[in-house]
Design a protein around this ligand. Sequence first.
Ligand code: ATP
Ligand code: MG
Length: 429
Amino acid sequence: MATSNDPARARAAARRVVRVLRAAGHQAYFAGGCVRDELLGLKPTDYDVATDATPRHVRALFRPAHLVGEAFGVVLLPIDGQHVEVATFRGEGAYSDSRRPDSVVFGTIDDDAARRDFTINALYLDPEAQPAERTPGVDGRVIDLVGGVPDLNARVLRAVGDPEARLAEDHLRALRAVRFAARLSLTIDTATADAVRRHAVELRGVSRERIGQELQRMLEPPSRAAAVTMLQGFSLDGPALDEPSLQVPVPTVAGLPPTRIAFGVVLAAWLCDRFGGAGASIPPAVFEPVARRWRRALCLSNADRDALAGTLDVLHDVATQFASIPIARQKRLASRDWFDQGCLLLRTRRPDLGREIDQRVAELAHAGEGVAPDPLIVGDDLISLGLKPGPAFKRWLDEIYDAQLEGRVRTRNQGLQMARELAARSGVQ
Ligand code: ATP
Ligand code: MG
């Protein structure tokens, strides 16, 4: 895999790797996702090279090279500021668990194609092909040993070989099937879909971390609703989330805007669809245990966990309190973390309420000094009045700030005056 933001440089680096391997008498091709994406007219930034050279030979041709995993036959080459992953053609190894081959057996390009997951992912490209032999639409010659090109043209996702066997030997492929089908708008071929449904629903042998990563990759892009619908349709949602499978409509997920959205926020939307019923929001007593379970089931990062709980918390407060609380509390709520994300969900669940709140927030932004002005009075000001720091300080500062948010205190002097009154009222001179 070449890592770069620049597709042209990534491709050039991978092409150089191919040239060097060829010059040394080896076979070498672009392989896998990058070929699929080029055929789809996308601009991949990750290029994998597949070769018949063993990792030892690859290392000898390129120094310095990092050996990613001797057992997996992959060498990571830093080339022109890019990282190109070079994998030796693999043959069929024995599978002891559902995830990893015990050891990698090297093989031919035919063996290598046969052990890839889906036909559209089992394509190779010769970037050095002469003009006469080039495949229209791509810069090189496509080598298709498993019918991947017709499947791609027909927008079909199909397992390489016997779907039953391929899904049984690696349950991660079930999640990958959903991810590719959703992201690339593919139909899953019937036999492959049956195999996903029959054999892969336990996700046996797939680590929680991998499950979380796969879900993140399917939920962040705009195609998230298709992914969620497929996960539920295949009953993969239960094992992935460590709870009973559910077949529920997902209007909240489907109503999110068609942009990339943080994983935790999309999970919050999905949680609403699964457990929120018809209400605008979900009380913490209901969502907190689910969020805790999902955190473990998906190995969520702290940031994702905070986004999930924070978004649902704001959604609930906005939906149940916002209209009836004083201006100061409205402004405090509107400047809380995850306010925007909570409103995003509210707009999809209750468009009428969402519009009302958007309008109110716009008004608040124009009222006084806006939603979250700097406080006119801080602790040092209280000290300068001769007051002693103590537990009452925070209470007084909060009250003065509330008055500022509501426009009752507009200047520093008014703030100081209010501080004096508060101190006097509580018997402090
Ligand atoms: P993406 O754009 O998501 O990176 P990709 O197709 O490049 O898609 P990778 O996970 O990077 O996917 O894997 C690279 C290639 O390795 C795949 O295209 C596929 O041929 C093969 N592959 C990856 N995971 C598996 C698996 N679990 N079983 C079989 N083949 C796999
Ligand atoms: Mg890739």
